[in-house]
Design a protein around this ligand. Sequence first.
Ligand code: IPD
Ligand code: CA
Length: 269
Amino acid sequence: MHPLLNIGVRAARRAGDLVVRHINQLDAIKVDSKGRHDFVSEVDRMAEDDIIQTVRRSYPDHAFLAEESGASGAGNDAEYVWIIDPLDGTTNFLHGFPVFCISIAVMHRGRIEHGVIYDPLRQELFTASRGTGATVDGRRMRVSETRTLEKSLLGTGYPYKPGSEWIDAYMGMLKAAMQETSGVRRPGAAALDLAYVAAGRLDGFWEIGLNIWDIAAGTLMIQECGGIVTDLDGRDGWQQSGNLVAGNPKVHEALLQLIEPHLTPELRR
Ligand code: IPD
Ligand code: CA
C-alpha cells in the first residue's frame, strides 16, 4: 500500500472509531446548524481534527481542505492537499440511522491520487490509488456488468437545501429513474454511494450540488474500477460544479440520456 494511502487508512479508522464511540450518546452531542437542513456536530469537528492531526504527524508540510475547517496548512501552492469529509451522512448519524462514513482523498498537484472511504459500523474499508485499482477490505473491486437501466439499481441524493433552484429539474429526473430502473436509493451519504458504485452494488448514481469532500475519494474509486464519472451533460466539470453522474460505462451512458431532457440551461453549462 502506498505510504500516503496507509496514513489515510489509519486516519479514517481512528475517526471512524471516534464517531462510533458517540453513537450511544446522541442526545448529549452538541449540534449547530450551518443552514436549514444542514447540521454539524461536535463529533464531525472532533473527527476532522483527529484526521488532520494524524496526517500532520507524518506530513507536516501538506495542506488540507476539510468540510468543517476549510482550507488549512500550507498555502494555496501546496503540492499535496488532503480532502476530508470527517462524517459524511451527518444527518443520518444524528438520528442514529446507520449509514455514514469517513471520506479522505489525497490530491497531488491538482490530481486526486488516493482515496479512502471507511464505513465504521460495518467496518468496511474501501481504498483506491490511481493506476493500481481499488479494493474493499483488500479484495479488488469492479463496477457492475449491468447493461440496461431496466435492470439497474441507482443511488442518488436530493437537492434538499431550501431554495434549491434544481428541485423541479431533479424531480423530473427522479420520476424518470423511478419509472425506468429496478430501483432508486437515497441512503444519505454520497461518499458511500460512490464506493458502492465502485463495488458494483449500485449500477449508477447522480446528484446535483455536491462538494469536493463528498466526491474526491469515491470518484477515484469508480474510475479505478472501470466506471465513468462526468458532469450532468457528460462533460468533465464535475469537480467544480459538484454535479455528478457516475456508473458502469453502459449505465452511465443510459443515465445521461435519461437526465438530458430535464437539464436546465444552468445545469447544462
Ligand atoms: C451530505 C451527504 C448526502 C448528500 C449531501 C451531502 P454531509 O454530506 O453526502 O448524501 O446528499 O449532498 O452534503 O453533510 O452529511 O457530510
Ligand atoms: Ca458530506
